[in-house]
Design a protein around this ligand. Structure first.
Ligand SMILES: Nc1ncnc2c1ncn2[C@@H]1O[C@H](COP(=O)(O)OP(=O)(O)O)[C@@H](O)[C@H]1O
Ligand SMILES: [Mg+2]
Length: 276
């Protein structure tokens, strides 16, 4: 099982877009078993994978979200014992995932994550790792929030790899060094074994000067040299337009765009391969 977090301290760099489309491509094109975990309290990945109506019903029916991983008593299982309600904490092994219409699995996110008091040092950072201990998917893709938080730490602690989606512009590039600093700090504090499996340019317009400059700056950088993926996720309004309709890049009739995704996924498979 390969656990891969998509990380960037910047919002709007296509972390979520890439996460769900990588999951979709791994499942549809490569026949892999895939679980997506949405640890972003903004739960955009969940919104892309479930309709609003379905999500509301899912919650109403008392189904699980990532909140149950962090707070096992959050949605109590109610039993009647001698006329009294008792809260029975849910064990991690009992947390069920949602099968998306596409076929892969999702542990949905929830706004309720915001409500959880998550002081560091309570061991909650290890919850995703512990949750995944008994699981056996080919790939687990974790979509993370852009803020350094206990959720991000928990994703890093659970992951074998992190992938950095980055917009090819100067401001976005400065963010990746900050990210490197934060991961180095966590690596020290928690003894992480996570490895960077590369950096992907997203929302890219390859013919522009700004793109070429960004590419040069990465390939000439000591730290990021060799990390940049051969292909980049092309900028296309269709991607944004179809997202909340539970549609994916593989559904869009744009072969160049599809190729850009399938090439990224192929490279991800190679970069996370055990024999690498
Ligand atoms: N390839 C693309 N072309 C055009 N727009 C895109 C593309 N990928 C993502 N977007 C749009 O950019 C915005 C940010 O993407 P998102 O995946 O939510 O980023 P993040 O998770 O990093 O905040 C969204 O509105 C999304 O629809
Ligand atoms: Mg996001």
């Amino acid at each position: 099982m390969k656990v891969i977090s998509l990380i960037n301290m910047k919002g709007g760099v296509a972390k979520t877009t890439l996460a769900i489309n990588i999951a979709d491509c791994l499942y549809k094109r490569h026949g892999k078993s895939v679980l997506v975990i949405d640890v972003d309290p903004q739960f955009n990945a969940t919104q892309c994978l479930m309709s609003g109506k379905e999500y509301v019903k899912y919650l109403k029916d008392g189904n699980d979200t990532v909140v149950n991983v962090f707070d096992r008593s959050f949605r109590p299982t109610v039993g009647i014992v001698e006329g009294q309600k008792v809260n029975k904490p849910k064990s991690l092994g009992d947390i069920k995932t949602y099968k998306t219409l596409r076929g892969f699995e999702l542990l949905p996110g929830a706004l309720d994550l915001y409500k959880l008091e998550m002081a560091p040092g309570q061991g909650r950072e290890y919850r995703i790792k512990n949750y995944l201990r008994e699981k056996n998917y080919d790939y687990v893709i974790i979509d993370t929030p852009p803020t350094p938080s206990v959720w991000m730490t928990s994703a890093l602690l659970a992951s074998d790899f992190y992938l950095i989606p980055v917009k090819p512009d100067p401001i976005s590039l400065t963010g990746i060094d900050l990210l490197h600093g934060i991961i180095s700090e966590k690596t020290e504090n928690f003894g992480l074994t996570i490895k960077c499996c590369g950096l992907v340019f997203t929302i890219a317009e390859a013919h522009t000067k700004i793109f070429k400059n960004a590419k040069n700056s990465i390939t000439n950088s000591k730290r990021w040299k060799g990390k940049l993926y051969k292909n980049h996720l092309l900028k296309r309004v269709e991607v944004a337009r179809t997202q909340l309709k539970q549609e994916f890049i593989l559904d869009i009739g744009d072969s160049e765009l599809k190729r850009s995704l399938t090439s990224i996924v192929q490279e991800l498979i190679e970069r996370t391969d055990d024999n690498e």
